[in-house]
Design a protein around this ligand. Structure first.
Ligand SMILES: CC(C)(COP(=O)(O)OP(=O)(O)OC[C@H]1O[C@@H](n2cnc3c(N)ncnc32)[C@H](O)[C@@H]1OP(=O)(O)O)[C@@H](O)C(=O)NCCC(=O)NCCS
Length: 182
């Protein structure tokens, strides 16, 4: 799907309090369960905000993602040396903070029927625009606990591993630096 086709066919909508989604299948039970049963509880408790991608004509939910505030700080690294390495090539001395503001992609899922058609890529671009253009607060990075199977997708979109101490896990922490787009 080209970007123009995506924009013509789909709309991205913030899930409102009380909205319920009846049908969604991305072939991952946890991710299905979240949008079908959990998203509104997280929204009501101010823990995450979920956005759905709908087909404008059928109103079918084709994808969703949820976002929460996050930070990148020294506790994310194996040692202070590693944290300093992360900070050094990005920030001059006076901007070396103890932690940096970030947004976390808590969940991201594309319906099985439309996977591999660039929708995931367009959603990462949507998030980039959302936090750079008309941003309401400072937010330098995007983070995600990436499923191992989805790592190639994030790498293709410019994400990097935060550290090497989670190599054996079924998810790995990855990040994207918004400043790379300025
Ligand atoms: C991973 C996922 C978000 C990618 O979104 P997408 O719209 O299908 O991906 P795009 O078309 O924008 O990008 C294509 C790349 O994504 C990856 N990809 C595509 N479908 C995938 C799938 N089913 N599983 C894993 N990776 C996939 C591949 O690296 C692909 O590159 P290639 O064409 O060179 O093989 C989506 O397939 C999905 O929702 N998978 C199931 C749930 C999941 O893993 N969510 C991520 C949680 S961290």
């Amino acid at each position: 799907m080209t970007r123009e086709e995506f924009q013509a066919r789909c709309r991205v909508r913030r899930l409102n309090i009380g909205d319920s989604i009846e049908i969604f299948d991305c072939h991952d039970e946890d991710l299905n369960d979240f949008i079908l049963n959990e998203a509104s509880f997280y929204r009501n408790a101010l823990l995450s905000v979920t956005y759905v991608v709908e087909d404008k004509s059928s109103e079918e939910v084709l994808a969703y993602f949820s976002l929460s505030n996050d930070k990148i700080s020294i506790s994310d690294f194996e040692s202070k040396t590693e944290f300093n390495r992360f900070r050094k090539h990005r920030f001059v001395n006076e901007k070396r903070l103890r932690s940096y503001p970030a947004i976390k992609i808590g969940r991201l899922a594309i319906a099985k029927s439309v996977q591999h058609q660039s929708i995931g890529t367009y959603l990462l671009e949507f998030i980039e625009d959302y936090f750079i253009v008309d941003n309401k607060s400072g937010c330098r990075f995007v983070t995600v606990d990436a499923y191992v199977d989805a790592i190639p997708f994030y790498i293709k979109n410019g994400y990097q591993f935060l550290n090497n101490n989670d190599e054996d896990k079924h998810t790995r922490v990855m990040y994207f630096d918004f400043a790379s787009l300025l």
